[in-house]
Design a protein around this ligand. Structure first.
Ligand SMILES: C[S@@+](CC[C@H](N)C(=O)[O-])C[C@H]1O[C@@H](n2cnc3c(N)ncnc32)[C@H](O)[C@@H]1O
Length: 352
C-alpha cells in the first residue's frame, strides 16, 4: 500500500458505529474503494484455494438442474475484484450458459472477463444462484452496550477509535436486540444486525427462482458472544477497530436473524414466493465444513502407493488435500456458516 492510499479518512466529532463504518469503508477514499481491494488485507476462502470456486461452480450446476435449465444467472454479491466470478466461470461446465454479475460498491476491476456485468445493485428478477461470500459482515451495523445503570445505549466513536456511550437504543433496534441478542448485564455489548437482515432479505428476494447463499463469520441464538465481535484487519493482521479508512471493519453476522428476515419479507410477497415463506422455511444453516463436504471438497489425503507409482500426481493431490483442509478446518474457515436459502417452492435444498 502506498502512503497516498494509506491516508486516514477522518471525521469530526462522534458518530454511531453504523455511520462511522459506512464512511470509513465506502465513503470517499474508503477502505473498500482502495486500489489494492480486500485481497490486499485479508484472505477469504476465495483466495485460499480454487477449490472454493470449483465447489460454487458445482452448486451452480445443481441449481441449474433443479431449475431444469441450461441457462441461469450467477450473482456474486460483494464481489471484491471479481476473483470468485473468474474462478467460477473457469470451472463451470461449458454446457451451462451463465449470466454472471458482480455486485460491488468498488469500480469494475481492469481486465475482468467481458461477460461479467459489473453493477452496484443486485439485479432484479433473475433465476439462478446468488452467492455472497463475506459480504454481510461488512454491512455497517450499530453497536449497543449496557451502561452501569442497566440501560442499553448506542456506542459512539471518533475517527481515532475512541468510544463513548450515546443515546438509548429504542424502536426497531431495541426490538431487534430483544428478539435476537438480549443484553442484560452492564458491559454486555452487541452489534445490531438489522441492516444485515434487510440487506440479505433484499438480495435474496431479488431472485425469482433458485438459491441464495450467504457465507460468513457468524453466530446463532442463543450462543451470542457477550461483548460483540467488532474488529478490524489491516495488511493481514487483526487490529483495533478504528473508523479512519485504513482497515477493514467487520463484525460476525447473526445468521439466524438474516434467515428469518428473508422469510418474513417473502411472506408479504404474492405467490409463488409466499409458498416457502414462513420464517426459516426453505432455509438451512450449516458450517462451511459440512457445505463443502457435500459439494465434494474433502481433505482426504492421496494413498501412499501413489507416491511411488506417480510422484507428481501424488504431490499435486497432497497440495489439493491441504487446501481442502484449510477451507474446512475447525477453528478456521470450516467454522464459517452458510445460509442456504431456497427461492422457489418447487426445488429442494440445494447443498447436498
Ligand atoms: C470482505 S470483502 C469480500 C470479497 C469477496 N466476496 C471475497 O470473498 O473475497 C466484502 C466486499 O463487499 C463489498 N460490499 C459491501 N457492501 C456492499 C454492497 N451493499 N453492495 C455491493 N458490494 C458491497 C465491499 O466493497 C467488499 O469488496
Amino acid at each position: 500500500m502506498t502512503d497516498e492510499t494509506c491516508q486516514r479518512q477522518g471525521f469530526d466529532g462522534w458518530l454511531r458505529w453504523r455511520d462511522a463504518t459506512e464512511r470509513a469503508l465506502y465513503g470517499p477514499g474508503g477502505f473498500f474503494l482502495r486500489p489494492e481491494g480486500p485481497a490486499g488485507h485479508f484472505r477469504t476462502s476465495v483466495h485460499a484455494s480454487p477449490l472454493f470456486a470449483g465447489a460454487v461452480a458445482r452448486l451452480l450446476a445443481r441449481v441449474a438442474q433443479e431449475l431444469d435449465t441450461e441457462e441461469l444467472a450467477f450473482v456474486d454479491v460483494g464481489a471484491g475484484r471479481g476473483e470468485l466470478l473468474t474462478g467460477v466461470l473457469a470451472a463451470v461446465d461449458p454446457g451451462l450458459r451463465v449470466r454472471p454479475y458482480g455486485v460491488e460498491r468498488a469500480p469494475r476491476p481492469p481486465g475482468l472477463d467481458q461477460r461479467i456485468v459489473w453493477t452496484d445493485r443486485v439485479p432484479d428478477g433473475e433465476r439462478g444462484l446468488l452467492f455472497a461470500n463475506e459480504w454481510l459482515d461488512n454491512v455497517p451495523a450499530d453497536v449497543a452496550q449496557v451502561d452501569a445503570a442497566g440501560a442499553v445505549r448506542f456506542v459512539e466513536v471518533r475517527s481515532d477509535g475512541t468510544e463513548r456511550l450515546g443515546g438509548p437504543v429504542d424502536g426497531p433496534d431495541a426490538q431487534w436486540l430483544e428478539r435476537w441478542w438480549p443484553l442484560r448485564e452492564p458491559g454486555d455489548r452487541a452489534e445490531i444486525g438489522r441492516p444485515r437482515d434487510e440487506a440479505w432479505a433484499a438480495a435474496a428476494g431479488a431472485l425469482t427462482a433458485g438459491t441464495a447463499v450467504a457465507v460468513d463469520y457468524a453466530h446463532l441464538s442463543p450462543a451470542r458472544p457477550p461483548f460483540g465481535t467488532l474488529t478490524a484487519f489491516r495488511h493481514g493482521r487483526e487490529t483495533a477497530p478504528v473508523p479512519d479508512g485504513t482497515c477493514d471493519l467487520t463484525a460476525h453476522v447473526a445468521m439466524d436473524a438474516c434467515a428469518a428476515a428473508y422469510g418474513a419479507t417473502a411472506a408479504s410477497r404474492p405467490a409463488p414466493c409466499a409458498a416457502t415463506a414462513t420464517p426459516g422455511e426453505g432455509s438451512e444453516i450449516l458450517t462451511q465444513r459440512e457445505a463443502l463436504h457435500r459439494l465434494g471438497v474433502t481433505g482426504t489425503r492421496p494413498p501412499l502407493s501413489l507416491a511411488s507409482s506417480d510422484p507428481t500426481a501424488y504431490i499435486r493431490a497432497l497440495a489439493t488435500a491441504g487446501e481442502a483442509t484449510e477451507l474446512t478446518a475447525p477453528g478456521g474457515l470450516g467454522d464459517f456458516l452458510w445460509l442456504v436459502q431456497r427461492v422457489t417452492p418447487t426445488v429442494g435444498p440445494t447443498v447436498g
